[in-house]
Every structure is written in C-alpha cells, then in structure tokens.
Design a protein. Structure first.
Length: 351
C-alpha cells in the first residue's frame, strides 16, 4: 500500500514539474516575436567587422544587447523580443573594441556615450590639459518608438514566418522589423591650413595641440560632450607660395569628436574655453630652437556637413607673426627633415 502511495506521489510530482516546464517553455517559445535586422553602411563609408544593437525600454534601461558579425545578407541577424515599445541603437563593432574609443554608460540610453581614450604618449604636453587619442570610426543610428506588437509573427510559427522571410529577401516587404537601417558617421574631420611667413626657417613637421575641443559624443542628444580635451597631431605638407622660397603654408586633417555641445556651430562653446591652435615650430638652427605660436580659432571654424553624415571643421588662416630669422652660423636654409620629437610619457586621466 505504501509503495502504491509512493508511486502515486511520484507521478503527481512528475506531472506538476512537467506542467511547469511546459508553461515556461510556452512563455519563452511563444511569447517573443522574431525581429529581422539589417544595416546599410554605404552612407557612413564603413565596413565593420561586427555590429552592436542595443534595445532600451521606455525608461531608457537596457533590456537586450545583441551583437552579430557584419554580412551582406538581406536579413543580417534576428532578435527575439516580447511585446513592447523600444528605443533601438545600432553602431559598428563590439563596445570598447573600436579604435581609440570606448562606449560608456551602456545600461542607460540617456547617458550612452562614445568617448575618446587616453593616448599612450604625448610630446611636450601642456600642463593641466587632458589629452585624447584621435578617434577611430564610429557610426550609429537610433530608432525611436519601435513597437513589437501582438500582430507580429510569433517566433515558433514557422510557416507564417517563412512567408514573411521570403517577402523580405525578395524585396517585397521592407517595413517589417529593423531593416535597411542607415548608420551615419559621428566623428568629425578637422581640416586646417595655415599660412606662415618665413616658413623656410622651420623644420617639418609642426607639432600641434588642438585645445578645448570635445572628447565624446552623446548618442541620445546627437551632441558632443562638454568636457574640454586636447588633441595632438602634426602638420606637414609644406607648400611655398608661388615665386617664393620663404613664405608658404602647412596643412593637415585629423579626426575629432567635434567642438563642445552643438555639432554644427560654436554656440555652446564656453566663453572661458576658446578653441586654441597651439603650435611648436622647430627652427633650422643648430640648437633646434622651439618657437611657440598660439591662435584662437573659435570664430574661424567653418562647419560643413559631409557625405558620411558628420561634419568637416575647416580652418584656413594666416599666422600674424612671422617665424624669427635664423642666427648667423646656424644651419640656416631649407630643411625638410622630419623632426624626431622627444616623447614625454605622462599619466593622463579622462574624467
């Protein structure tokens, strides 16, 4: 009798467990909707190795991070989501694996930031300045108010889903899911050309510190961060004026996040943080004398929207003060040798 009761108890317990398991499987298997994803990178000009897609709820809290390998298929990847309203963010590469950038505050959409990293080395650093490396490629797109509805095909409904899938692949259906998203480049190009009198007295290149720029991009607002940073780069490409071997220009271009605040103007640039072009020219004398020149370029920047979706920040100026003459007995004259700038390693913390 006891064995019969034991068997009965075991059977009932087994039925209860199986019932719970079936209910759990039903919730997971039937509750989510399968969402197709594809991105068109042609405008941004990028060809990423990987793609990250973040899904946030209506409070801006991260609910799903999805990463897939970039490919050229009509449907590049899928996610399975329950019904709800989402903000979707798609960008290139895996967070913190893009060149010289990192993704900060990934769990909060409203604080989600692409941020520059500290360079390993800086030449003749300016005391008190926070340096960031030249950022790599970063392109993104945001889909607001993306609704996963009850009418969308349930994940397990294979027959219905296959019909939807065939329409997507054939191009007949383009407004289902997250298809053909078009990320835009968010990193700006800083393009500078500087005319200099007595340029013949300088060795190349010119060491430049671009001061009081932004070191980050805030995705939710499409604005640049307001913490001032400094970028360091060199200007070469020396071209002498027609008919002159004394005066000429140097130029270069580099990648930056942008000016502080608004991306296409200086309206948000703090008055006490002007954008400065700090330059170190090394003369052709035996001592290798370094001449410092600094120009306030805040109101000299032209903003030009480029084809990749970001901005070109263009500066074309003449330096007011000529470079000094070379002392007698020095290595005066034209010298195009590249300078081996002394590298000073400094611990720099981005706050």
């Amino acid at each position: 009798m006891k064995s019969v009761k034991a068997i009965f108890t075991i059977c009932m317990l087994s039925l209860f467990i199986n019932s719970c398991c079936r209910e759990s499987q039903y919730d997971i298997y039937f509750g989510d909707r399968r969402i197709p994803i594809s991105a068109d990178w042609s405008i941004s000009g990028l060809n990423p190795q990987n793609v990250t897609v973040l899904f946030y709820d209506e409070l801006g809290t991260l609910v799903l991070k999805h990463i897939y390998e970039n490919n050229s298929n009509p449907i590049q990847s899928y996610v399975d989501l329950p019904q709800g309203i989402y903000t979707v963010v798609l960008f290139n590469e895996i967070p913190d694996q893009a060149d010289n950038t990192e993704i900060e505050n990934i769990n909060d959409f409203f604080q989600l930031t692409c941020k520059g990293i500290t360079p390993a080395k800086v030449s003749l650093p300016i005391s008190g300045d926070t340096y960031v490396s030249t950022p790599g490629e970063f392109a993104s797109v945001i889909v607001d108010n993306f609704k996963v509805t009850e009418e969308m095909v349930i994940y397990s409904d294979k027959e219905s889903w296959q019909k939807i899938e065939k329409k997507i692949i054939s191009g007949e259906l383009t407004d289902y899911g997250l298809l053909n998203l078009k990320p835009l480049e968010r990193i700006c190009n800083f393009i500078v050309k500087l005319h200099v009198d007595n340029l013949c007295n300088a060795r190349m290149p010119v060491l430049v510190n671009l001061r009081n720029m932004s070191g980050s991009y805030i995705l939710s607002t499409d604005k640049d961060g307001t913490t001032p940073v400094t970028y360091q780069f060199t200007m070469n490409n020396r071209i002498f004026d027609s008919g002159s071997n004394l005066n000429g220009s140097v130029s270069t271009s580099t990648r930056v996040f942008g000016v502080m605040g608004t991306r296409d103007s200086i309206t948000a640039q703090p008055a006490d943080k002007p954008i400065l072009l700090d330059m170190r020219f090394m003369l052709n004398d035996k001592a290798g004398t370094i001449v410092y020149r600094e120009i306030d370029i805040t109101h000299s920047i032209e903003f030009e929207k480029n084809e990749q979706g970001s901005y070109n920040l263009i500066v074309d100026l003449s330096m007011d003060t000529p470079l000094p003459p070379i002392d007698d007995g020095s290595d005066a004259g034209f010298n195009s040798d590249l300078i081996n700038w002394n590298i000073v390693y400094v611990p720099i913390v981005i706050k």
